[in-house]
Write a protein that binds this ligand. Structure first.
Ligand code: HEM
Length: 582
């Protein structure tokens, strides 16, 4: 025998022994290792190594996602109550909380200091935006970032931003007017709208945050006459419009974050390390960073010019403009260029897809509720003026809840029902008690948005049985925090309106529970901006168009989740109000 073969055989026998041992251990692990529940907290029976994963996969297959009506989370909250634990494999356990009163009390009062952003979420953002506030625990750096960026959602800046938002919503109206002509010419039934909202929302967020629109909608308008639309079996047209590099880059990086969040800790870190070295990642990341760096340079130059002319540099109409105007001012915090870039990217990720998807869901809800469209149109025409006669720019004040309460109710109801962020997550930093259950430190908590709709009168009976274990403050606030919804799964803006007794109505933000932006110190940083954008989009579209029926096959509410919850079918059939029968 060739002596060189001996070490080869030896090394191979090692491989054989090692791999058989691994295989046997894995088989034993799969048979014997089980998730270990926290004592006393309800859970589904544990029958395998995988915990709830098979049930979740089956529910997702049957219902589209685990967050849909009748799917995993709704079934679990009805079977197990408002606090339960779920297991994804043997080592990951998460506590789910669905009681509105307890969710609010935990985030806003005494126990809020014992919860923080979860490691899972933070890890997911690490390779893309490590210095963005969403990727940080609630520490001094996070507080500095909030101090510097938060003024952009104050009334002062929102007033200044309203013309920018109005301009972008008008461009969308103009685009749709042209599309309607083509759909009619081609004998189509409706057109796809998902891409329109994605493009428009990214134009808008880029202009508001970085000071420069991407011009995706103006480009689409100029390409429309040459575009050859495709037509599906139901007569819906889709217009092929040249892609915008920044939109592709934003979507790609956002998807990478979504993948990283769903992977177990070690895999997530390795995945992100490898990903960050790939040419595709580097290309997309580079496209976005170049855009932001060049916008920042423009803003700094504008500020210098304004100062040189003795003008106020803080009339900026963007977050970067606002940051540049305050840089170097005594007593003000500063961020490094890398910190600024990560914050801008955070806003692109957090603020573009959420707004675009909310609008897609909105189109579905409104199409299926002509009476709501008509009531909103009447209110807007009375408050703002008939756009057929004169369409003045919409202002911040035009869409306030005092002037247009019905519009306000439509937006809140839309967010309650759309659930684009399908849940929020936190992690305990100390032992806490939740509805009488002991939860140790470092436990993951999730708050599925399902509870915004499912907490109806039947669930209320169950929640009532926990009233004696609530905190003192919660007991005091109780009736305010937890009014059960009647027909909670229906889209009904009226539920947010109160009769003034003189034929008019006012908006009541405390009519019942909805937390689409999360709650407490780590709630959505862009909530006020998002609300203003949605109100102005909906007002501009509703002033211009009535959304007519679309073929039934395209009206489904089926959803999918890719970080956020989106409708699978997003089509519209708008027509001018003058064609609508009274
Ligand atoms: C309809 C639109 C939007 C929805 C439904 C939404 C929802 C949310 C939710 C649920 C969270 C997590 C809150 C939590 O963990 O408790 C969040 C976080 C955040 N959102 Fe929004 N958001 C929207 C628009 C925006 C916009 C327009 C911006 C900014 C331009 C923005 C910026 C942020 C940021 C920076 C965070 C992270 C906050 C932190 O970790 O401290 N969002 N958002």
């Amino acid at each position: 025998m060739d002596p060189r073969i001996i070490p080869f055989l030896q090394s191979h026998s090692t491989i054989i022994v090692v791999s058989s041992t691994v295989a046997i251990s894995l088989a034993l692990a799969l048979k014997w290792v089980r998730p270990k529940p926290l004592p006393g907290i309800p859970h589904h029976p544990i029958t395998s190594f995988w915990g709830d994963l098979p049930a979740m996969a089956a529910a997702a297959k049957e219902n589209g996602t685990i967050y849909e009506h009748g799917s995993f989370f709704e079934r679990s909250m009805r079977e197990l109550g408002p606090v339960f634990q779920i297991f994804i494999g043997p080592f990951s356990k998460t506590i789910v909380i669905t009681d509105p009163q307890e969710i609010e009390d935990l985030h806003l009062r005494e126990r809020s200091k014992f919860i923080d952003a979860s490691d899972v979420l933070i890890r997911g953002f690490q390779s893309t935006i490590p210095l963005g506030q969403v990727a940080m625990k609630t520490n001094d750096v996070w507080r500095k970032h909030r101090r510097i960026t938060a003024p952009i959602v104050s009334s002062k800046y929102l007033n200044q931003l309203a013309p920018v938002i109005d301009h972008n919503t008008r461009l969308l109206v103009e685009y749709w007017e042209k599309k309607i002509e083509i759909v009619r010419r081609e004998g189509g039934t409706c057109f796809a709208c998902a891409g329109d909202f994605q493009n428009s929302a990214l134009d808008m967020i880029s202009q508001i945050i970085a000071g420069r629109s991407l011009q995706a909608i103006p480009n689409a308008i100029s390409h429309l006459s040459k575009a050859e639309p495709t037509r599906n079996a139901q007569g819906a047209l889709t217009f092929p419009i040249p892609g915008v590099a920044l939109l592709d880059a934003t979507h790609y990086l956002f998807r990478c974050i979504g993948d990283a969040v769903t992977l177990p800790p070690v895999l997530s870190t390795v995945y992100q390390k490898v990903l960050s070295l790939t040419p595709r990642f580097r290309h997309h990341y580079g496209v976005i960073c170049d855009h932001i760096d060049s916008c920042l340079a423009d803003c700094r130059r504008d500020v210098q010019q304004a100062r040189a002319l003795g003008e106020d540099p803080d009339l900026a109409e963007s977050m970067l403009g606002m940051i540049a105007a305050r840089e170097g001012t005594p007593g003000q915090d500063d961020m490094s260029d890398k910190e600024i870039r990560d914050e801008v990217l955070t806003s692109f990720f957090a603020g573009h897809d959420t707004s675009a998807l909310s609008m897609q869901w909105c189109m579905k809800f409104l199409t299926d509720s002509p009476h709501i469209q008509k009531a909103m149109h009447e209110e807007l025409v009375a408050a703002i003026g008939d756009p057929a006669l004169e369409r003045k720019p919409l202002t911040f004040a035009d869409v306030s809840s005092e002037k247009t309460p019905y519009l306000e109710a439509v937006v809140i109801e839309l967010l309650r029902c759309a659930r684009v962020a399908e849940g929020t997550s936190k992690q305990t930093t100390a032992d806490i008690i939740l509805l009488g259950y002991h939860i140790p430190a470092n436990t993951d908590l999730i708050f599925p948005m399902t509870s915004n709709q499912v907490n109806d009168e039947s669930m209320e009976k169950v929640l009532h049985t926990f009233d004696n274990v609530r905190s003192a403050a919660s007991k005091e606030q109780g009736p305010n925090a937890r009014r059960p919804w009647k027909n909670g799964k229906e889209f009904d803006p009226e539920r947010w309106l109160v009769d003034n007794g003189d034929g008019t109505k006012r908006f009541n933000a405390r009519a019942g529970f909805a937390n689409p932006f999360g709650q407490g110190v780590r709630a959505c940083a862009g909530k006020q901006l998002a609300l203003l954008e949605l109100k102005m989009y909906i007002a501009a579209l509703n002033l211009a168009f009535f959304l007519d029926k679309i073929p039934e096959e395209l009206s489904s509410y089926a959803a999918q989740i890719n970080v956020t919850r989106s409708p699978i079918y997003a089509y519209v059939n708008p027509k001018p109000w003058k064609e609508v029968q009274a």
